[in-house]
Design a protein around this ligand. Structure first.
Ligand code: IMP
Ligand code: MG
Length: 185
């Protein structure tokens, strides 16, 4: 782990709340289905998903909800290996219209792998909703169907996102500054 401090607020709780409400409406506009399934990627999506689905009922979206755990990170900030499904979702996805929810789209590897995996499990459609998107970091060609905020290449924490397992509880998104000034991650 590198020495760091958590500094400026990048996205406030109010901005998050407003955008999450809008995202639910964007999903409702295209994603209405009798067989809607929301799959959260743990652990980073837990706060975002909880807030997002609270807006679903008033948009007449009534999903089943499950989670899967994808691992790739270790304790660093670079995905060093291929992401793997370390805990799969368990509900039947045959014919389902799936919305995958994750905290952030970075290199794209995790969500590309997750989307493929869910298709292989029989989902009819798989759409992806990421709270944050860092387009400049993309390594594999992959785009989300719904994005909360596009951000610059900075490492961020809060609202579910962590550094080395910490800071998920922050009610806002904050930027991390690494104080060792080492280049690259
Ligand atoms: P990807 O596979 O590179 O797109 O990485 C996606 C995963 O990396 C996310 O689900 C996060 O867990 C993690 N990640 C990427 N960027 C950040 C960040 O700025 N803060 C915290 N976690 C991040
Ligand atoms: Mg994650």
């Amino acid at each position: 782990m590198r020495p760091y401090h958590v500094d400026e607020v990048l996205i406030t709780p109010r901005q998050l709340e407003r955008r999450v409400d809008e995202l639910a409406r964007e999903i409702a506009a295209v994603g209405r289905s009798e067989n809607l399934v929301v799959i959260g990627i743990l652990r980073g999506s837990f706060i975002f998903l909880a807030d997002l689905v609270r807006w679903f009922a008033m948009n007449d979206l009534h999903p089943r909800i499950d989670f899967m755990i994808m691992e790739s990170y270790g304790s660093g900030t670079t995905a060093q290996k291929e992401p793997v499904v370390s805990r799969d979702c368990t509900i039947d996805l045959a014919g389902a219209d799936v919305v995958v929810v994750d905290d952030i789209l970075d290199t794209g590897r995790t969500l590309q792998k997750a989307a493929r995996h869910l298709k292989e499990k029989g989902a009819k459609t798989v759409r992806v909703c990421a709270l944050l998107d860092k387009p400049s970091r993309r390594i594999v060609p992959f785009e989300a169907d719904f994005v909360g905020f596009k951000i610059e290449d900075a490492f961020v924490v809060g609202y579910g996102l962590d550094y080395d397992g910490r800071h998920r509880e922050l009610p806002h998104i904050a930027k991390v500054t690494f104080t060792d000034e080492a280049k690259g991650r």
